[in-house]
Design a protein around this ligand. Structure first.
Ligand code: TNX
Length: 513
């Protein structure tokens, strides 16, 4: 058989494969025609960083390569230099003008480079690289190559510093492993806050050594009376560590003065009448209140916020403050500043639901808007901002992931309306509340309340595909927000979610691929 030389004419350019669609949409992205790259079995990952940031930058590189090793089967060694490395270069030596979360990413014929000013920026860039790789790169098992990347040049940084996901682990308890799964999925979309709703009427989920019955009794059940659970200090530390490795700040919430039946049931002396109510496993709200007149209430909060603060490296603690329907308003206005003082005593910033806007707030506070375009909620947000507080946008009729998509959604609620994928995406956080100064808006958060959600499949079904839309509202510039274009990019996530085994809702209006 004659030897046949397979040649490519020197003039032939490989067809420029379009880069996969990214969510959130980057600030700028250019296609580089003829500059495609594919990962090679001998590819090396080089990390250029300062000695101070070495550990963190190295960890980001290891997170990327440990997943890619699994699917490609390539060794992908990580080396502490970029000199001589031609494949993947990660650098934290970029200009500080990129901001703490910004990065530049370039794929060309020679390889991939991500440049940031911090390990966090590097991490954000790596999440973009993951979305640029074929979806099968995110699978659990070895896959066949090739591992092509389309040539592209990206410069990117976030619109808002607060981009959150909230998980209610009180109504139904979720294990450390289940919370980690939610962290994995949230971090892929560049969210940077994980708000954990740790205490409500139905259960207390975080260990407090000075008040042990909060978890041993108050955490024992959940909605419908099934066994609940709680996080030991070691469990919570593990969540915090895992979140931090994925560049999510944990914001613990202890809801007060309402939503406190689990605490009131655990300690009779916290009740004004000294009688402990039974544990509660229904789904009503607004019936419980801490005893505003008792000094013991504030001793309790001093202990709780001290121990919660000790378990929280982040600078924010959420004290709830919502739906205190059985706390007289004047009592509420007495209570919140005292609870807030217990938080600031631990050198943490106070966060609370919008109702705290009608109380005197300490400097640095954050109010979380959960209105439905109603004038009352809007006024509370403005009142918070008028005191210098920042506002995080979680409009219930748009950002609540527990709302049904449509009438046929098998679980979830509809008190704030039906929230289809477009409704969740098609709004502007800076202009949603009339006359709220734009610079008061710190960002967005998507809460996932779990009265009707008792397993991870249901969580994923409600969060996907809406959570990526809220993530894009938090990250992408206002000028980038466009439903028609977003809808198309969203459709392209299906293969990745299949690779990751995400139980997402295949909304019929999206062209999934
Ligand atoms: C209202 S919104 C609540 C929660 C419920 C949720 C259900 C808010 C701050 N409080 O207690 O779980 O509705 O959608």
């Amino acid at each position: 058989t004659p030897l046949i030389a397979i040649t490519t004419p020197a003039t032939a350019q490989p067809a420029a494969a379009p880069a996969p669609a990214l969510i959130p949409k980057p600030t700028s992205q250019q296609a580089l025609a003829g500059q495609d790259y594919s990962l090679k079995p001998w590819s090396v990952v080089g990390v250029a960083t300062s000695s101070k940031e070495r550990r963190a930058a190295q960890k980001v590189a290891e997170q990327l390569t440990s997943q890619l090793r699994r699917t490609t089967g390539y060794p992908l060694p990580v080396v502490p230099v970029v000199a001589g490395v031609t494949d993947i270069k990660l650098s934290t030596n970029g200009p500080s003008s990129l901001g703490p979360e910004g990065y530049q990413l370039r794929v060309d014929r020679k390889g991939v480079s991500i440049t940031a000013a911090t390990p966090e920026g590097l991490y954000r860039g790596v999440t973009t690289l993951r979305q640029l790789l074929p979806a099968k790169a995110d699978a659990r098992t070895r896959q066949a190559g090739p591992w092509n990347l389309a040539g592209t040049a990206i410069a990117d940084s976030p619109r808002y510093g607060y981009r959150g996901a909230m998980l209610d682990v009180s109504r139904h308890f979720f294990s450390v492993a289940e919370v980690k799964r939610y962290i994995d999925l949230a971090s892929l979309y560049k969210l940077n806050k994980l708000h954990l709703h740790l205490a409500d009427d139905q259960g207390w989920r975080i260990q407090v050594d000075s008040w042990p019955r909060l978890t041993t009794y108050g955490g024992s059940l959940e909605v419908n009376g099934t066994p609940g659970g709680s996080y030991s200090k070691a469990d919570f530390a593990e969540i915090v560590r895992y979140a931090s490795d994925h560049y999510l700040q944990v914001i613990p919430e202890i809801d007060t003065p309402g939503h406190t039946n689990a605490a009131l049931a655990s300690y009779a002396q916290l009740n004004c009448d000294g009688i402990a109510p039974p544990l509660y496993t229904g789904t009503d709200v607004g019936f419980s209140s801490l005893c505003v007149a008792k000094q013991l209430t504030y001793d309790f909060l001093g202990d709780v916020f001290r121990e919660v603060a000790q378990q929280t490296p982040g600078d924010i603690i959420h004290l709830g403050g919502d739906e205190a329907h059985s706390t007289p308003h004047s009592d509420y206005q007495t209570f919140v500043p005292k609870a807030a003082a217990a938080v600031t005593k631990q050198h943490k910033r106070v966060m609370g639901w919008q109702e705290i806007g009608d109380t005197v707030l300490p400097a640095g506070s954050i109010a979380q808007y959960w209105g439905t375009d109603d004038a009352g909620s809007q006024e509370l947000a403005r009142k918070a901002a008028a005191q210098g507080a920042k506002v995080v946008m979680s409009p219930a009729n748009r950002a609540y992931l527990d709302m049904k998509y449509d009438d046929s959604t098998p679980y979830g609620q509809d008190w704030a309306g039906l929230v289809d994928v477009k409704t969740a995406y098609d709004w502007n956080p800076s202009t949603l509340v009339p006359n709220l100064p734009e610079n008061a808006v710190a960002g967005v958060e998507a809460p996932l309340w779990t009265e009707t959600l008792d397993d991870v499949d249901k969580l994923e079904y409600m969060a996907f595909p809406r959570l990526p839309g809220i993530a894009e509202l938090g990250w992408s510039q206002a000028s980038a927000l466009d439903w028609t274009a977003y809808k198309d990019r969203l459709g392209g996530q299906a293969s990745r979610w299949d690779a990751l085994s995400v139980n997402f809702y295949r909304a019929p209006e999206i062209n999934w691929r």
